[in-house]
Design a protein around this ligand. Structure first.
Ligand code: ARG
Length: 472
């Protein structure tokens, strides 16, 4: 705000009122503090509207020329940070219109013909959000590209896969990372799909019922790059479902990155030690000189909360509103802007952060020796040699128990020890042959999962190639 006082207390509707609003009410109802972010979109929308008015003979060509000239000056002032935003003029729309009138006179006063701030603001938000979505889609692409690079370098790097945070079966680190690639692919689909519903033109709905001027909404839609117009004037000015959808897509994206963050934090803990993050994403402690804390992933996890909160804010904002426009809707902007800012910053930082992951392959392999990760492979081996699965499951459970008692891993048993451990399950021991040790190795386990979506390195590489082909 560069100017909060005005010599002209008159408001857009001033003739109707006998006393001005109090300073407190003025502040309470104003949105110019935050909606000035939509100034460029507001000007774009106004220029398209003015062009249409002139084409339809509703204003003169000279008016259009004056409006275009005035808007050029205003845009310049805004770009240079010299525009005098004024609290008395409530919002971005009235601020710009007032300045326009000061610059070009009556033509400025004609701009609002056949239009209301209700359809104006709905148009501005959609233009703003469309730009934000396009930026987010590019950033998801950057994130994905870097993720594919790290996954490719680790397509055959074994690590324990977990369920219940207990060692389950071997997977490759590349395969694990590709799970996040798949999530991000769906995130991108959701944003692209949401964009279709954002990209419809409300302008022309006026306050709520349309306008009596012979307007051409399709022309304005084309001018502004909208795919179509909103087909009901009441709906056009009042619903914000497109913004809610955007927040829902954002909440899911952040949820995915929050899970990824939780893993990075866990993997970086010295008790796990699977990875290290580049120093530029970590901070030290003011008291403990040895500390290197994964602040960035922790903050991503934390910021997911505010994005989820914004989704709930907008849903709650909408749920009690009767048709058509209500001032409640002014409250849509801050959660929306904050959500877009958070998602954009998070994606930027993440794309960079994952290139700085240092993989500690030895620690990953060591961890695989501790949890009987190839026990399922042993059961599958018995089944392939004719034992029913439930019996095989029991035989291997006995073998694991024996290994635990001996303090060793399954591949460390001799053939006789392995057979003895299974002796209580009829038919098990005689099905164990020398070749069993092949399936008990980590590489044997990985290579055997060679169907689409499996963790065999050849399949991980195929998934990465598929992923690359989806990137532009
Ligand atoms: N600043 C308002 C908003 O964000 C613009 C629309 C105001 N319309 C009205 N009838 N008061 O929603």
């Amino acid at each position: 705000m560069t100017d909060t006082t005005s010599s002209q207390p008159a408001k857009a509707w001033s003739g109707r009122f006998s006393e001005p609003v109090s300073e407190l009410v003025k502040r309470y109802t104003a949105s110019v503090f935050f909606d000035q972010r939509m100034a460029r979109q507001d000007i774009r929308g106004s220029l398209a509207h003015a062009k249409m008015l002139a084409r339809q003979g509703i204003i003169a060509d000279q008016d259009l020329a004056d409006i275009e000239r005035g808007m050029g000056i205003i845009l310049n002032e805004i770009e240079r940070g010299e525009f005098a935003w004024n609290l008395d003029d409530e919002d971005v729309h009235l601020n710009i219109e007032k300045r326009l009138t000061a610059l070009v006179g009556d033509a400025g006063k004609r701009l609002h013909t056949g239009r209301s701030r209700n359809d104006q603001v709905a148009t501005d938000i959609r233009l703003w959000l469309r730009d934000a979505i396009d930026q987010i889609l590019v950033l998801i692409g950057d994130f994905q590209k870097n993720l594919l690079d790290v996954a490719e370098a680790n397509a055959a790097t074994p690590m324990p896969g977990f369920t219940h945070l207990q060692v389950a079966q071997p997977v490759t680190f590349g395969h694990h990372l590709m799970a996040y690639f798949e999530m991000s692919r769906r995130d991108a689909e959701r944003f692209a799909d949401c964009r279709k519903r954002v990209n419809r033109l409300p302008l022309g709905a006026a306050a709520l019922a349309g306008t009596s001027y012979p307007i051409d909404r399709e022309f304005v839609a084309r001018e502004l790059g909208f795919d179509e117009v909103c087909y009901n004037s009441l709906d056009a000015v009042s619903d914000r479902d497109f913004a809610i959808e955007f927040c829902a897509a954002s909440a899911l994206l952040m949820t995915h990155l929050s899970r990824f963050s939780e893993e990075l934090i866990l993997w970086m803990s010295p008790r796990v030690g699977f990875i290290d993050l580049a120093d530029r994403f970590c901070t030290g402690s003011s008291i403990m000189p040895q500390k290197k804390n994964p602040d960035v992933p922790e903050l991503v996890r934390g910021k997911t909360g505010r994005v989820n909160g914004s989704l709930i804010s907008l849903l709650t904002l909408m749920k009690g509103q009767p048709l058509a426009y209500n001032k409640d809707n002014q409250e849509d902007k801050e959660p929306l802007f904050d959500t877009a800012d958070t998602v954009i910053d998070t994606l930027r930082i993440y794309a960079d952060m994952i290139t700085g992951i240092r993989v500690k392959a030895d620690a990953m392999r060591d961890a695989l020796k501790q949890g009987y990760a190839t026990a399922t492979d042993l059961a599958d081996y018995l089944v392939k040699n004719g034992l029913p699965f439930r019996d095989a499951h029991e035989a291997v459970a006995l073998a694991v128990r024996a290994a635990e008692a001996k303090g060793c891993d399954l591949p460390q048993f001799s053939l006789d020890e392995l057979r003895a451990a299974m002796a209580h399950v009829p038919g098990a021991a005689e099905r164990v042959k020398d070749d069993v040790f092949g399936v008990l190795t980590v590489e044997g386990s990985l290579d055997s999962r060679k169907h689409i979506g499996g963790t065999a390195p050849e399949q991980v590489r195929a998934a990465i190639a598929r992923g690359r082909s989806t990137l532009g």
